[in-house]
Design a protein around this ligand. Structure first.
Ligand code: 26Q
Length: 822
């Protein structure tokens, strides 16, 4: 029996080949002759999965026997990206796996691209959660990621005539070899109905929640292996199912169809990920989803306490529960309900436990993005939680009144309930009151939270606030995405940098080594050639790998200002049209990103970029000096091809709007230079690399505020800048829309009348800065040295650093090394 485990989990080449062929036969039911690429992918996935199991079980055993303190990361989104390549790297068998499949006439990369990525997130926030669970496992910290197993992830984006078209993301179509259903740990979740008071056997007044509807939550577990360690933590995602018994009333009355309808309604709960769409804010199903996964997760934690025989009063000693934005913040009220109504603890005891358990991370500075739920909706879905929130609020405001007697305006701002006009529950306020720690995701963002968005909470409890600047995992974003760079760095420094990214500083001493710089340039050139081939295949436009690759990939949003980059392209185009022989550094502009389906201006921004491309790419006057490519369906998978091939990283949000950004860090690590505003983590990137290695432009946050206060007139910028006028007029004329001046009118009108994101104010500064970029790029050697320094100084932006700070400053949790059981 012992030999059985070790044979099936062995990492040597012979055993891998044996497993691969066995799995093809016994899991896929195919001989090599009939096997499809997908059969081979799944056979390899199961080969890797077999090797994860032993580590997963050993990890669970270590945590259970040691009753380890555990991080529970609650997130409505986990944007994981494909698992196979990452697991091969973390197991240390990527190269040997490539040999095994190679000897069978297959290409490993080809098989990796078979995997449908689990796109269970919108963008930055969901991808951050994925980087965090990678780092937690690598740092050997006991952790559970809790979320929703959406049947449909973020929509698949296609383009039709340059307009975005959404397709459903059927990621589970061919099955998911990485997850294991655990129906034995299913929980019941209540919705709606009403509450009743009753007196218990000790004559104490208690509340009972009589629900209108019950839904089952079934956990699906995915192992998350750390890099070169035995730790395999768990990502536990909940699927909603109709309880078998609940519809019998209806069924027995003969309403079979009604019972089936109920089943469909229940299962809708985990059906689809909501795009971060203002249109969709306040939707009932979204609140139900949030409560569903949070209640499942908290009940799961109580079950774990029970099996480890830990008294419920020690909940906060066992678990550190982190709220990824306000999406799971209903957890504050739900934990109170579980502790008071079900575990029968006294209110004060329960409140003490709750506050000591939760931490809250804020990810936004946009006031309109703060989550609120209308009272009638909240009452309808969660009647008991509304009562609990009223009670929390009454006690909280009593404390506030002691500190700020008579300051009614402040009390109204701090209240969990918004009372002016229609009434709302304010989820950020609930998260702040119910947490012992509140953090922003970059230095500037945290400062703005303290001065602005959460000012009143800061003045009440300054000690709760701290900054945790975001980071990204170098395993996925360098080792997996950029194997050429990985080889070069490892040959130069050894492989220690993969777990300790600060060691990249060692590259600085090679900056005068001509052979090293040349190899560096060859790596970038090869990555660019790969991406050029990919673009040519996808978009049927030719790309010059020696042109400057100028890249902006991220969700499409006005505050991120993809249209500012578009204005710059048009400015360059105008220069060429005015003087066809003008000398110009050839550039390839690469864009990617999804627009929320109901966000019309964002969709128009995509149309503008593709329309400019359709003119510029084929105008003979341009002579190939400018190319514009909008790569459809930006995703983790596509990001892995794009970041390694970038020369220039566009991080051009209006100062004070981007909480952090994380794409900026992925570009930097892969040796792109940044053109950026002093926003989010850009500021810290510039601090690390030095001003001389960063292209900074644009208004600073206080300047933006001052312009706003003075009354900003974008029309004046337009009138003052001839270059800007020419660009705006050309777009406004319909030049990029076959003469139809109506297409881009809404976009141009907003810019000239309101320009809420200060594009016109920043235009001249941006264009001047881009001219500086071109001047530097002409000196290829200088550019390469700057790029090397950017990479060498990216150590701070490893999510390992971020997670160490969360562990010591918020979670108070230590690592628990895992011994392999055999
Ligand atoms: C809200 C209500 C209804 C439906 C959807 C949503 C929703 C969903 C996702 C609202 C926001 C999000 C995602 C926000 C997000 O990704 N924020 C980004 O977080 C990153 C990680 O901290 C930062 O780097 C980015 O600056 C920030 O924009």
């Amino acid at each position: 029996e012992r030999r059985g485990i070790s044979e099936r989990a062995s990492l040597d080449k012979r055993a891998l080949r044996r497993s691969f062929l066995d799995n093809l036969l016994y899991v896929q039911g195919k001989f090599p002759r009939l096997a499809t690429k997908n059969d081979y992918y799944l056979a390899l996935a199961h080969t890797v999965r077999d090797r994860l199991m032993q580590r997963w079980i050993s990890t669970a055993a270590a945590y259970t026997t040691q009753c380890s303190r555990t991080v529970c990361y609650l997130s409505a989104e986990f944007l994981m990206g494909p698992h196979l390549g990452n697991n091969l790297i973390n197991l240390g068998i990527y190269d040997v796996a490539a040999e095994v499949v190679g000897e069978l006439g297959l290409d490993l990369e080809d098989l990796l691209y078979q995997e449908e990525e689990p796109g269970l997130g919108n963008g930055g926030l969901g991808r951050l959660a994925a980087c965090f669970i990678d780092s937690l496992a690598t740092l050997e910290v006991p952790a559970l990621g809790y979320g929703i197993r959406y049947e449909y992830g973020i929509f698949h984006q296609t383009l039709s005539d340059g307009w975005q078209v959404e397709k459903t993301d059927k990621w589970l179509r061919f099955g998911n070899p990485w997850e294991l259903a655990r129906p034995e740990w299913a929980v019941e979740i209540k919705f709606g109905g009403h509450t009743e008071q009753y007196t218990d056997e000790h004559q104490r007044l208690r509340v009972r929640w009589v629900a209108a509807r019950i839904v089952n939550g079934v956990p699906y577990d995915t192992p998350i292996l750390g890099y070169h360690v035995n730790t395999a933590n768990t990502l536990r995602l909940w699927k909603a199912e109709a309880p078998e018994s609940f519809d019998f009333g209806q069924f027995n009355r003969g309403d079979y169809a009604g019972a089936v309808t109920q089943k469909i309604v229940s299962e809708n709960l985990s059906k689809v990920l909501y795009p971060n769409d203002e249109q969709e804010a306040g939707k009932e199903l979204r609140l139900q989803q949030q409560f569903f996964f949070v209640s499942c997760s908290l009940q799961d934690m109580l079950r774990i306490l029970q099996i480890q025989r830990i008294p419920v009063e020690k909940f906060h000693e066992k678990f550190a529960v982190q709220l990824n934005d306000t999406h799971p913040s209903i957890g504050v009220a739900e934990l109170m309900r579980l502790l008071v109504d079900e575990q029968l603890l006294a209110w004060d005891t329960a409140w003490d436990i709750t506050c000591k358990s939760f931490g809250y991370t804020n990810h936004t500075l946009m006031p309109e993005a703060l989550e609120r739920w209308s009272l009638p909706l909240f009452q309808r879905v969660l009647p008991r939680h509304l009562e609990i929130i009223y009670e929390i609020n009454a006690r909280f405001l009593d404390q506030v009144r002691i500190r700020f007697f008579g300051d009614e305006a402040r009390i109204a701002r701090l209240s969990l309930i918004e009372e002016q006009g229609p009434r709302y529950v304010r989820m950020a306020n609930l998260a702040c009151v119910g947490s012992h720690a509140i953090n922003g995701v970059a230095d500037l963002h945290t400062e703005l939270l303290k001065q602005d968005v959460l000012k009143d909470f800061y003045e009440l409890c300054p000690e709760k606030f701290s900054n945790k600047t975001n980071g990204v995992t170098p395993r996925r974003w360098i080792v997996l995405a950029n194997p050429r760079l990985t080889s070069l760095i490892t040959e130069t420094l050894g492989d220690g940098w993969i777990r300790d990214l600060d060691l990249l500083r060692g590259l600085e001493s090679h900056i005068d080594d001509a052979a090293f710089v040349q190899r560096w340039q060859a790596v970038k050139r090869a990555n660019k050639a790969d991406l050029a081939t990919h673009i040519e295949r996808r978009l049927q436009i030719s790309i010059d790998p020696d042109s400057l690759f100028d890249v902006q990939v991220k969700r499409i949003h006005e505050y991120k200002r993809q249209h500012l980059a578009a204005l710059h392209i048009v400015a360059l185009y105008c220069r060429i049209k005015a003087n066809p022989n003008i000398e110009m550094v050839p550039r390839t502009f690469i864009f990617g990103g999804k627009a929320a389906p109901g966000y019309h201006m964002a969709k128009l921004m995509i149309k503008l970029i593709t329309a400019i491309g359709d003119v510029v790419n084929f105008d003979p006057d341009v002579r190939g000096r400018l190319k514009v490519a909008f790569l459809p369906n930006f995703s983790v998978t596509n990001g892995q091809r794009i970041y390694p091939a970038a020369d220039l990283s566009e991080q051009i949000s209006t100062a004070g709007k981007e909480a952090s950004g994380t794409g900026n860090m992925k570009f930097q690590m892969n040796g792109a230079l940044t053109i950026g505003t002093m926003d989010g983590a850009n500021i810290e990137i510039m601090e690390e690399v030095g001003k001389e290695n960063f292209f900074q432009f644009g208004l600073l946050t206080p300047e933006v505020y001052a312009w706003q206060a003075r009354g900003y007139r974008p029309q004046e910028c337009y009138e003052r800048s001839p270059a800007l006028r020419e660009v705006i007029d050309l777009i406004g004329s319909g030049y990029f829309a076959r003469g139809d001046s109506s297409v881009f009118k809404p976009l141009i009108d907003v810019l000239l009348r309101y320009d809420p994101y200060f594009l016109l104010a920043d235009f001249d500064s941006y264009v001047a800065c881009q001219d500086e970029v071109s001047a530097v790029y002409k000196d290829k050697h200088r550019w390469a040295r700057m790029a090397i320094l950017n990479s060498a100084r990216s150590g701070k932006f490893s999510s390992d650093r971020t997670i160490r700070q969360y562990c010591s400053e918020i979670w108070n949790v230590d690592k628990v090394p895992v011994r392999l059981l055999s």
